[in-house]
Write a protein that binds this ligand. Structure first.
Ligand code: SF4
Length: 348
């Protein structure tokens, strides 16, 4: 009697672990499709390509790249709105920064389960490894993900399955447990060896995590945003802007977002209708957005900071164009603010 080909949906972040997990299951003859969730905080996506520092390196979306390497379909699902509740009210709290990893994993596996059920897929695969991450990938939290997501024993972690109780796909013989793995701990060596075995090179190795919420500086800017607004809430534009530029808060009621290079200036250009903004005219320099209600004194200070980050930073005077929300321009001639007059505390 021939059995129907089983189908699995793999959570794909773009990193090596989820790539290997999907590949291991493909190798067992299961039909695998990938799912990638877009939260707005992802390191992947278009903001990845903004900065020029990686120029020379090919710009790519790693989740798409993984799918291409494995010859599998990838479904990119926008969860920006639903994710707000995960970030703002994590039942299991935050990790070292603003990362609600455990709730995030539970939510993503739950969404993948919904997707699997509505598309006739049998089980879910993740690249999780016991002991790999301090919050969501611990021996005691991995069952929590399976239970609270509702996936229960339809959640298979091929890279560490042998360290865990057998799941439904293993018990039913849809996959061979013998051919799964028993990785554990923080070492990346077993993954790298397996990647070599499959002939994978050039895979992404993001430091820290798959999203900006694990980043200390990013988390600080996010908390600052909430404090200043007096409420914990955000829109997609807010969290995108936190990824770009140098953020300085010289006064409690406004902050500056200073483009650090051409790519960032171009990105910030897209927001110039929503913010009062400045740009040096007499010398090359950054586009600077003012976020907050700035008075004339504040604008002058902002102009001096703009001049400081321009090529005219050692000139006696720099002409800075100030554009208001109506699009009206005026010029200010200001001396650049000396570096010593920009306290560390202004930098977010
Ligand atoms: S690093 Fe970000 S995307 Fe990854 S599990 Fe943690 S909160 Fe979720």
């Amino acid at each position: 009697m021939s059995h129907p080909q089983r189908k699995a949906v793999a959570l794909v972040s773009g990193g090596l672990d989820s790539m290997l997990a999907a590949k291991v299951i493909q190798e067992q003859g299961v039909h695998v499709e990938g799912i990638n969730f877009y939260t707005g905080f992802c390191v992947e996506g278009h903001t990845h390509a903004i900065r020029r520092k990686d120029q020379g390196k090919e710009k790519r979306n790693n989740a798409l790249w993984v799918a291409e390497q494995l010859g599998m379909k990838l479904h990119i699902v926008d969860i920006v709105e639903e994710y707000k509740d995960v970030l703002l009210n994590p039942k299991h709290g935050y990790g070292a920064n603003m990362n609600p990893c455990l709730d995030c994993k539970i939510f993503m596996v739950h969404k993948a389960l919904e997707w699997a059920d509505s598309h006739g897929f049998d089980f879910i695969i993740t690249g999780e490894v016991v002991g790999q991450r301090p919050m969501s990938q611990r021996k005691d939290t991995m069952p929590v993900v399976a239970r609270e997501s509702g996936a229960m024993d339809r959640l298979l972690r091929p890279l560490c399955a042998k360290n865990l109780p057998a799941t439904l796909p293993e018990r039913e013989g849809w996959v061979k447990r013998d051919e799964l793995f028993d990785f554990s701990g923080r070492s990346r060596k077993p993954q790298m060896a397996l990647a070599a075995q499959f002939g994978f090179t050039d895979y992404a190795t993001p430091a820290g995590g798959c999203c900006f919420l694990t980043d200390e500086a990013y988390s600080r800017k996010l908390v600052d945003l909430w404090q200043v607004r007096g409420k914990r809430a955000y829109e997609l534009d807010d969290i995108m802007l936190l990824k770009v530029g140098r953020h300085l808060r010289p006064r409690p009621h406004f902050k500056l977002i200073v483009g650090r290079e051409e790519g960032e200036n171009n990105f910030l250009e897209g927001y110039r209708k929503q913010f009062l903004h400045l740009r040096p005219i007499s010398h090359p320099g950054p586009l600077v957005l003012i976020d907050g209600a700035a008075n004339e004194d504040d604008i002058r200070l902002a102009a001096r900071i703009t001049a400081r980050y321009s090529k005219g930073n050692s000139a006696p005077l720099v002409t800075v164009q100030v554009t208001d929300l109506q699009g009206d321009n005026r010029m200010l001639e200001v001396p650049p603010l000396p570096p010593g007059e920009i306290p560390e505390a202004w930098y977010l």
